[in-house]
Design a protein around this ligand. Structure first.
Ligand SMILES: Cc1ncc(COP(=O)(O)O)c(C=O)c1O
Length: 416
């Protein structure tokens, strides 16, 4: 476990001899900037995803920015994305000069974007759909790919939560034009700071490669090996390269990813059995048997009008760290002022009620149980439910999604 003041931190990395030895050997090699380990990591990651090209980059935000640039997004373009998302996606769009246009989510059972709402905001200026697989759960790619094909749009996947997740057997991140991954410390494949862009499109791959390193036609590593002696600059690029240390750690972590994702799935199932339908709480994303999730996040949705801060404070007092994924981007001062700003009722409703619970592969069952008990103890309706969790869950979801005249607060059902 990493040093922490929490008895149950939100996320955690395991530091063991294999990682320490890997770091020692990499440092001893004397080549620290992008080189053979990055190439090896890229080969391994592209094989893992089943995709032609994988480029390692310095972080997930860099991956998003590069993907948007390589797809030609720029001033005058609009890019549609869910507001229930990390701000990196919107900032990356804005940093190309394009305009982010936010869409709503489906509701409390599915926190991914709503394809109907995506369709409703498409204009002649729309260039791309930047979709998120929230928490590692594949979004409705059938509808998204169809909308994109019908309207001639590019699809870029923010797969920061989704390494190892699959949609109809294909890896998330490989379903659109470009997929973007983050390897930040709290992600499923943690290396500190890092990311990757993947694509099956050779031309996009060439552009990504150039833009990643100043638009230069050769790399320092190529010149060191004697493969090149000079370079030209053919694009206005950036320095979004990964270094050898992180690539070496990434190779180890990639080998551990499938087992780590299974552990995450097990913990989420335990949370679900303890919390879903209890005292009005909901655990979203149940019952998608066709696709597999990377289970990056464990999220619980509290009943409406629950004082969320008080619930989180009660957990904090027990040493349990929680978070909120996410404060919706369209409500941040910067983006609330945008010309395309509009209300997103389901995003707003859910974002005020969700709590992200601790989740990391080496969590113990006892830790999961303590977190779940902490949530239930803090809920005002605790004790009202006498029904087993599974039965209550179905009842709770159908109540949530009922027509407005059947529910006390109709925010889920407001017309778009
Ligand atoms: C959904 C999502 N997209 C993008 C990013 C950006 O990744 P990074 O922190 O590696 O820049 C994150 C990271 O938190 C994320 O959660």
């Amino acid at each position: 476990m990493a040093e922490t003041r929490w008895s149950v931190p939100l996320s955690d990395v395991l530091v063991d001899d294999e990682l320490l030895e890997t770091a020692r050997r990499t440092l001893q090699s004397g080549w620290w900037s992008m080189g053979p380990r990055v190439e090896e990591f890229e080969r391994a990651f592209s094989e893992f995803c089943g995709v032609r090209h994988a480029l390692a980059v310095s972080n997930g935000t860099a991956a998003l920015h590069l993907a948007l640039l390589a797809c030609g997004c720029g001033p005058g373009d609009e890019v549609v994305l869910p507001s229930l998302n990390f701000v990196a996606a919107a900032n990356s769009i804005a940093n190309t000069g394009a305009q982010p246009v936010f869409c709503d989510i489906r509701g409390s059972h599915d926190l991914n974007l709503d394809p109907d709402d995506v369709e409703s905001v498409i204009t002649p200026r729309t260039k791309a759909l930047l979709v998120l697989h929230y928490g590692g759960h594949p979004c409705d790619m059938e509808r998204i790919l169809q909308i994109a094909a019908d309207r001639g749009l590019l699809v870029i996947e923010d797969a920061a939560h989704a390494p190892g997740a699959t949609w109809r057997g294909r890896a998330c991140g490989t379903l659109g034009s470009v997929g973007c991954f983050s390897f930040f410390s709290n992600k499923n494949l943690p290396i500190g700071e890092g990311g990757a862009v993947v694509t099956n499109d050779d031309e996009i791959a060439d552009r990504l490669r150039l833009l990643r390193s100043h638009g230069m036609t050769t790399l320092t590593w190529d010149r060191h090996r004697g493969h090149a002696h000079t370079y030209d600059v053919v694009a206005q690029g950036l320095n979004y390269r990964m270094d050898e240390l992180r690539a070496a750690l990434g190779l180890v972590q990639l080998g551990r990813l499938p087992a780590a994702n299974l552990q995450r799935a097990r913990h989420v199932a335990r949370y679900r059995s303890l919390l879903d339908g209890q005292a009005g709480a909901l655990v979203p994303f149940d019952g998608d048997s066709e696709n597999s999730s990377a289970h990056h996040l464990a999220v619980v949705i509290l009943p409406r009008a629950t004082p969320r801060d008080a619930v989180r404070e009660a957990l904090r007092e027990k040493g349990i760290q929680t978070s909120v994924h996410y404060p919706p981007i369209h409500r941040f001062s910067l983006y609330a002022r945008a010309a395309t700003s509009r209300p997103l009722p389901r995003t707003q409703d859910i974002a005020e009620r969700l709590v992200t619970l601790p989740l990391f592969p080496h969590m113990t069952d006892d830790q999961v149980d303590r977190v779940a008990a902490g949530i239930l103890d803090a809920l005002p309706a605790r004790g009202r439910s006498r029904t087993p969790a599974k039965t209550m869950r179905v009842a709770a979801h159908s109540l949530e999604e009922s027509p407005p005249d059947l529910v006390a607060s109709p925010a889920e059902n407001l017309p778009k």
